[in-house]
Design a protein around this ligand. Structure first.
Ligand code: ADP
Ligand code: MG
Length: 319
């Protein structure tokens, strides 16, 4: 699938952009968001990378964890998720006894909370937000600007990790429930902690539903962004392997920052030769995927104008 096929296809609800740090993930997510909104899709572009750069890319403050209307393009909203604020909310609801005495006692009985802790903070938060928008029907399209490869991979592992964690908790709950009801009567407690278990069950169901949507190529596409350098090739290989494991459809690779020909500049020519030699390997390695080549601009890509220019290249309307 070309980027044009992906962005202008009304069945594609989720587009994720990912790859190594600094390669151009945010710029591509932003450019695709502008294309998508201008095409008439109500579009939300959301950064799940704790090192946000969506605000810088759009040259507009999108921090604070709220959805903000992006100025200058109709149908476009943006948000950088606030992991710190979210974590506080998460800890208040799960930790500090908020999850109910049953859960606390269960952890003590097992004596190994480590093995049962849900996977980690930032990623859990980002994933939680993703879940929210996977269910939200107020947008025709949600574009996720994801964290550098390592983080993204963790995020993609969350469904299984959480699923097994929640599964363990639910099994434990079943085993404990008769004992607990006895204890609760003894201690004079009510059934007030029922909701925490229901919440866990609901989360598990949501994750399973999300996996179905995220693995459907007619609904979801992951655009891999890379630069034509050997290290980026290795990283892309790992990313593709993981996307394959988690059934996340990926059919396009954006190769960004290609140095244009310039015979008068020895430095530029050397870099170009190096990149073009890597391009031969990249075309060979990824012949089953569509490759979109993007030149190195002579300035950084910023604001709606810059993103519009990048967008034209992404859909093949300008070289
Ligand atoms: N093709 C390009 N030409 C020139 N500058 C680029 C290009 N692609 C990205 N940049 C710049 O490189 C920097 C990193 O890009 P960004 O999209 O934030 O990467 P990432 O999100 O992968 O870290 C930004 O300053 C951006 O403007
Ligand atoms: Mg970024």
């Amino acid at each position: 699938m070309t980027i044009k096929d992906i962005v202008y296809n009304d069945s594609i609800k989720f587009i994720l952009s990912g790859g190594k740090g600094g390669v151009g993930k945010t710029s591509c997510a932003g450019a695709m968001a502008v294309l998508s909104a201008r095409h008439g899709f109500r579009t939300l572009v959301m950064s799940t990378d704790p090192a946000h750069s969506l605000s810088d890319s759009f040259d507009q403050d999108l921090s604070g964890g709220e959805i903000i209307e992006i100025k200058g393009v109709k149908n476009l909203w943006g948000m950088e998720i606030d992991t710190e604020k979210g974590m506080q909310e998460f800890q208040t609801s799960i930790g500090d006894g908020g999850a109910g005495p049953e859960l606390e006692m269960a952890s003590q009985l097992v004596g190994d909370l480590g093995a049962m802790s849900p996977p980690g903070s930032d990623e859990a938060m980002a994933f939680g937000k993703m879940l929210e928008f996977l269910e939200d029907t107020s947008y025709d399209r949600v574009i996720f600007d994801t964290a550098p490869t390592g983080h993204t991979l963790k995020l993609l592992e969350l469904p299984d990790l959480l699923d097994s964690w929640l599964g363990k908790m639910l099994t434990l709950r079943q085993r404990l429930s008769s004992m607990m009801s006895g204890l609760r009567t003894m201690l004079g407690g009510g059934a007030q902690d029922e909701s925490s278990w229901e919440m866990l069950q609901r989360t598990k169901d949501k994750i399973l539903a999300a996996r179905i949507q995220l693995s459907n190529p007619e609904m979801t596409q992951f655009a891999i962004v890379m630069i034509p350098e050997a290290m980026a090739v290795f990283e892309t290989q790992r990313l593709l392997g993981s996307l394959h494991t988690w059934n996340i459809p990926a059919s396009n690779i954006v190769v960004n920052q290609l140095v244009p020909p310039n015979p008068d500049c020895i430095f530029c020519s050397k870099r170009r030769d190096m990149q073009q030699s890597n391009m031969v390997d990249i075309r060979d390695l990824y012949k089953d995927l569509d490759i979109t080549e993007v030149p190195l601009f002579n300035s950084e890509i910023r604001g709606i104008d810059g993103l519009t220019e990048l967008g034209k290249i992404l859909i093949g309307e300008e070289q």
